[in-house]
Design a binder for this molecule. Sequence first.
Ligand code: NAD
Length: 250
Amino acid sequence: MGLLDGKFAVVTGAASPRGLGKATAKLFAEHGATVAILDLDLAQAEAAAADLPGAGHVGLACNVTDLAACQAAADALVAKWGAVDILVNNAGITQPLKIMEIGPKNYEDVLDVNLRGTLYMTQALIPHFRSRKSGSVVNLSSVSAQRGGGIFGGPHYSAAKAGILGLTKAMARELAPDGIRLNALCPGFIATDITAGKLTDAQRASVLEGIPMGRAGTALDVAGCALFLASDLSAYCTGTEVDVNGGSLI
Ligand code: NAD
């Protein structure tokens, strides 16, 4: 028996083969969910969906910074499946810039994909979730929101991810009476394409020194927590942030 048997899940930004979204979509499918992978490129989204275990998964092109595109994707999935139970707002970009290197376009792009995209995709599904008095939303924040900076994202990335924490709590408070839960995940240093091959040996050693568990996280480490938050195991959790960081904040 899977934790998500009979559930329909949407995961944004899940076409990246080694990414957290793809690992989450795969674990959800292994637990019985039918999954829609939303990403910028239709062919990549469809290929990622075809790669999931089980049948009925869907790949759709959807730029999450475009509200009309989010609504079109939500409407298409509700029409096709009759229901959506779970949304994982995973699409995100980083730019490793220092304060004075951040230009208007950098700021717009990072805030748009991470923060605006999280709001828009959630807004697109709220009417449906409300009509069913049910829905679980998992938003990808980051340890960068909690302690600032980090090697991979600039201050604007920290701001966007901190914004996601505020957005998650505010929406969780407003939507709790409607039976809709929203929670955030804060991954630390996770081995994905964002982090692969971008560190010198000295930088890597310094990062690992700050992690009590002494290793980078894996995409599966994050997917497991997403599964907990998406499923009924976390039925009494809303507005929370779950740290997946090997103890980095202890
Ligand atoms: P990734 O780059 O592997 O995947 C991100 C995906 O988002 C890509 O498939 C990309 O095409 C998609 N995307 C980008 N812009 C989009 C848009 N406008 N609309 C739809 N899709 C879009 O990244 P990842 O490492 O898997 O990270 C996933 C999430 O987890 C991100 O939100 C990231 O900020 C967060 N995160 C990652 C780490 C880490 O160490 N990897 C740590 C903390 C938080």
